[in-house]
Write a protein that binds this ligand. Structure first.
Ligand code: FO1
Length: 312
């Protein structure tokens, strides 16, 4: 029986590992489950940043440095939006806009986010199964020193510079895993779950907080391996280190393990970091986890599969 795997992903770090996994596993052995709690409505359009970041990466359209959006982008629409005094703090490129227009129209026609995502993937040549974590709308809210902020307000408009006190996922209590996520979780072929080096609180928290996900993993004793988003105690991209500290977790991988406590069986940390001392119930392996190109992404993906085989 061919073993299958689930990858849980946010945007930038998630898309890199998803790409590495997609290069070493055929489509019938990998389900990539993507966070949708930072999706929002902007300029009248439905934007799903993490789904789009992973889609662009897997279809080889991603901007190599920026981490979001497309490489072959132009910005005419944003320039005119600015000229009109419209909202321009969230940059939407011309080609990227076509995707949001398409998605928004399909939502208005009554299509589900899963169906729309698979239409987009098919047309962009993505063969692997890329699925939203759920169909329902879930909104990450950050309670900060200046009050309550919606996710993109905190992340993009304020560049995460505001101190956070609490993170909430509005609507998560009413949401269920998407049908494809549910099917992958209950597949007899499922041999392991890989948590990408995404922000544990902002990207992975909502996915594992969906009804029944933790229970399904525990009941079936599916091994779970996480790749640390930290190198040298600092997030490779984004505010993971800052946010963990602000929410009271210890610095570095110790804080990451405390956050994932009880969920994971193994963790891959960078060889530049010290192996975590007391780490009961977890296997820690170290390697070069910085992903700058496709070869790096394949290497980290292989580390995940190897660790999961040791945890089985
Ligand atoms: N991130 C930014 O820092 N600034 C932007 O203007 C921006 C625009 C943007 C447009 C489409 C998209 O899919 C993503 C975009 N992102 C932008 C990234 C994104 O908002 C965040 O990185 C994720 O939500 C966090 O995973």
């Amino acid at each position: 029986m061919n073993k299958s795997y689930i990858a849980l992903c946010g945007g930038v770090g998630g898309s890199k590992l998803a790409d590495g996994l997609a290069r070493i596993l055929p489509p019938d052995r990998l389900t990539i489950v993507v966070n949708t709690a930072d999706d929002f409505d902007h300029l009248g359009l439905r934007i799903c940043p993490d789904l789009d970041t992973v889609t662009y990466m897997l279809s080889d359209l991603a901007h190599p440095q920026r981490g979001w959006g497309r490489a072959d982008e132009t910005w005419a629409c944003m320039e005119v939006t600015k000229q009109l005094g419209g909202d321009s703090w969230f940059q939407l490129g011309d080609r990227d806009l076509a995707l949001h227009l398409y998605r928004t129209q399909r939502i208005k026609e009554g299509a589900s986010l899963s169906a729309i995502t698979s239409e987009i993937c098919r047309r962009f040549g993505v063969e692997h199964s890329l699925v939203p974590m759920c169909e329902e709308v879930v909104n990450t809210i950050i309670d900060t020193e200046i009050g309550e902020l919606s996710f993109q307000d905190y992340f993009v408009r304020h560049q995460c510079a505001i101190t956070a006190h609490r993170v909430r996922y509005e609507g998560l209590g009413r949401a269920k895993p998407s049908a494809a996520f549910e099917a992958a979780l209950s597949s007899p072929q499922l041999a392991g779950i890989i948590i990408a080096p995404s922000n544990p609180i902002l990207s992975i928290g909502p996915i594992v907080g969906l009804a029944g996900v933790r229970e399904a993993i525990a009941e079936r004793r599916i091994p779970v391996a996480a790749v640390s988003p930290l190198i040298g105690g600092k997030a490779v991209k984004g505010p993971a280190d800052k946010l963990l500290a602000e929410l009271g977790y210890e610095a570095g991988n110790g804080g990451l393990l405390a956050y994932y406590g009880g969920l994971i069986d193994g963790v891959i940390i960078d060889s530049r970091d010290e192996v975590i001392g007391a780490n009961p119930g977890n296997l820690t392996v170290s390697g070069d986890i910085l992903m700058k190109d496709a070869q790096d992404r394949i290497r980290v993906a292989q580390l995940c599969i190897d660790l999961l085989s040791r945890l089985t």
